[in-house]
Design a protein around this ligand. Structure first.
Ligand code: CUA
Length: 177
């Protein structure tokens, strides 16, 4: 089969470009520990605020000492507006929405999840000490740009753990992340 020279050049160029894109994605995922959230857990968005898996919102510790952060997104805020977590400690986030799609992003970290009404997004990660911005990275309406909250990460010895507030039967699930 006769393939024109220019056509052949473009074919090879496309192959090289695709290989570069796939390789860079694979390297970024492996280096940064980035992976898609895979935890499927449903919730009634109307009762999310009182659901024992998400109430009260904020930082909680289960009976095994594992730290959880429970967050609800709604137009146009993250509840709670501020959280303090210990550095260098795995924290499992449980995030849901009561209205529309939001994007939970802890800026400058690998902590990120799409937040979907009816589902609890879950991921586990840990942080270096510092102050972080939690932004909404999914356009959700006129107040989208104001949808932000603060995360303070302090050295573990300066962190005051809340009393154990969750048991595994009400949401301290460690099955997947
Ligand atoms: Cu919530 Cu954009």
């Amino acid at each position: 089969m006769k393939v024109d020279l220019y056509e052949r050049i473009w074919m090879y160029a496309v192959v090289v470009m695709l290989a570069a894109f796939f390789t860079s994605t694979a390297i970024a995922a492996a280096r940064g520990g980035i992976h898609p959230p895979s935890h499927v857990e449903t919730i009634n968005p109307k009762s999310a605020f009182s659901d024992p898996r998400l109430a009260p919102q904020g930082v909680a510790v289960d009976q095994n000492g594992h730290v959880h952060a429970r967050v609800i997104g709604l137009t146009f805020a993250w509840m709670p507006a501020e959280m303090t977590l210990p550095a260098g400690t795995p924290v499992t986030f449980h995030v849901t929405s009561t209205d529309v799609l939001h994007g939970f992003q802890i800026v400058g970290t690998n902590g990120q999840a799409e937040v979907i009404p009816g589902y609890i997004s879950q991921f586990t990660t840990q942080f270096d000490a510092g102050d972080y911005l939690i932004a909404c990275n999914e356009y959700c309406g006129v107040g989208h740009h104001t949808m932000a909250s603060k995360l303070h990460v302090v050295p573990r010895e300066q962190w005051h753990a809340p009393a154990p507030t969750i048991t595994t039967s009400t949401g301290g699930q460690h099955g997947g992340h």
